[in-house]
Design a protein around this ligand. Structure first.
Ligand SMILES: CC(C)(COP(=O)(O)OP(=O)(O)OC[C@H]1O[C@@H](n2cnc3c(N)ncnc32)[C@H](O)[C@@H]1OP(=O)(O)O)[C@@H](O)C(=O)NCCC(=O)NCCS
Length: 388
């Protein structure tokens, strides 16, 4: 049974819809209800998550003038690995929510189909989305009903921010890059990375991007002079960039089991009483909190893993000193990418397999989709901070 003509799908209108979309977001937990879930507080601007993308749209679904569903999408040009093409226009789907009492009536699928129509009108080659592996409703809707195929399973790595500073190795030099230099470095070394955004400069110049840092061995010089000159790069080096997601939205834990609550309390007590006992305290996740997202992680040289670790610790210390209540550092890396071995994270808070699903929207892309899905998972993946 569906709502037929009663169902209206239209563009989001900030003036009339803002409060109702925020209310819907509050009423929709994402994922299975028996598990811990995170609420997103968009700080009065429900469209904030896509606002930084080159082209974006938010649609709402109404039944009898009640706002019962919402979806967001953004479009950009990225690197793909296909013999005939190296760049593709991709549409990212996020924030799909249907009010609990209106589910299983086709509203979710209608919202996705309407967004796909907007993608097609904007010459998009592929649409894709990310979901938790155990979100059965979302998986069945996209894969079983709307013909999306599983594409990648990146790991979301989460590290809590402690007020205790992390030790930084004195063997490495750390330096902040100018934006132009960072852009040139990314284009030289990462532009063949899967899903590398063609508008990387816009990301690096965005006010949410806190900067790009490199690490290299002490005693060596940072010899990068731009991609047209002769560069004498250090023997080993690594780079990361940092995005302040907490500036646009906050998270809050919604359904924590008692064990999690107990751990939060006991670890704080232990940390206070026994600072020499090096247990990092779990921050209080029951109040809204922000996070830093580490993106564009790259390394070269056999011992560069240690430099990635040092850079992550440096970002931890930056977050620890920040006044904006940043309680976790988040990174997302390709499924089998060995980078994850060097990025500090807590298993308890991390998600080992996020599920990315993709669909070709043009005939040619539909026919060659298997070429994209069969590329090995060991290949690096660029996770755009605007899509977190
Ligand atoms: C996921 C969600 C948007 C689905 O919305 P919906 O309006 O109920 O979806 P539809 O009615 O269009 O369902 C289409 C198909 O999806 C599958 N599906 C939807 N909900 C399901 C559920 N709870 N369990 C199993 N399959 C489900 C079914 O195959 C369904 O077809 P059917 O009803 O003919 O069997 C909704 O459950 C929701 O808002 N969940 C919370 C937020 C969330 O998890 N969003 C997804 C983030 S990516």
């Amino acid at each position: 049974m569906g709502y037929g003509d009663q169902l209206i799908i239209r563009s989001y209108d900030a003036q009339n819809d803002r409060a109702r979309v925020e209310d819907l977001e509050r009423r929709c937990e994402v994922g299975p209800s028996e598990r811990v879930f995170l609420f997103t507080d968009t700080l009065g601007d429900p469209i904030c998550r896509i606002r930084n993308s080159p082209i974006y749209k938010m649609l709402v679904a109404e039944v009898d003038k009640k706002l019962v569903g919402v979806i967001q999408g953004s479009i950009k040009l990225v690197t793909v690995h296909k013999p005939t093409k190296e760049l593709a226009r991709v549409g990212y789907i996020l924030g799909l929510r249907v009010a609990p009492l209106y589910r299983r009536q086709g509203i979710g699928s209608n919202l996705v189909t309407k967004l796909e129509e907007w993608f097609i009108a904007n010459d998009v080659d592929y649409s894709y989305m990310a979901t938790e592996k155990d979100n059965e409703a979302s998986y069945k809707l996209f894969v079983d009903k709307l013909n999306y195929v599983m594409f990648r399973t990146p790991a979301i790595l989460v590290n809590p921010v402690s007020h205790r500073m992390s030790h930084l190795s004195s063997n490495f030099e750390l330096a902040k890059l100018k934006i132009d230099e960072a852009e040139s470095l990314y284009r030289t070394f990462m532009s063949s990375t899967e899903f590398f955004p063609n508008d990387i400069g816009n990301i690096l110049r965005n006010k949410l991007s806190l900067g790009t840092w490199v690490a290299y061995p002490k005693g060596e010089t940072w010899g990068y002079k731009g991609n047209n000159n002769n560069n004498s790069m250090p023997s080993n080096w690594a780079m990361v960039s940092v995005w302040n997601s907490g500036e646009v939205f906050k998270l809050r834990l919604g359904n924590a089991p008692l064990s999690c609550l107990m751990y939060t309390k006991s670890s704080r007590v232990i940390e206070k009483l026994l600072p020499c006992f090096k247990l990092p305290a779990m921050p209080n996740f029951y109040h809204p909190f922000g996070f830093y997202f580490i993106y564009g992680v790259y390394r070269e040289g056999p011992s560069s893993g240690k430099m990635v670790r040092t850079l992550c610790r440096f970002v931890h210390n930056m977050a620890s000193k920040a006044k904006d209540c940043c309680k976790v550092i988040v990174t997302e890396v390709g499924g089998s990418d060995t980078l994850r071995l060097h990025i500090p994270h807590w298993k308890l808070l991390s998600c080992p397999e996020d599920l990315w699903c993709i669909k070709g929207l043009k005939n040619e892309e539909r026919n060659s989709l298997h070429e994209l899905t069969k590329t090995p998972q060991t290949r690096a993946l660029f996770v755009d901070p605007r899509e977190v």
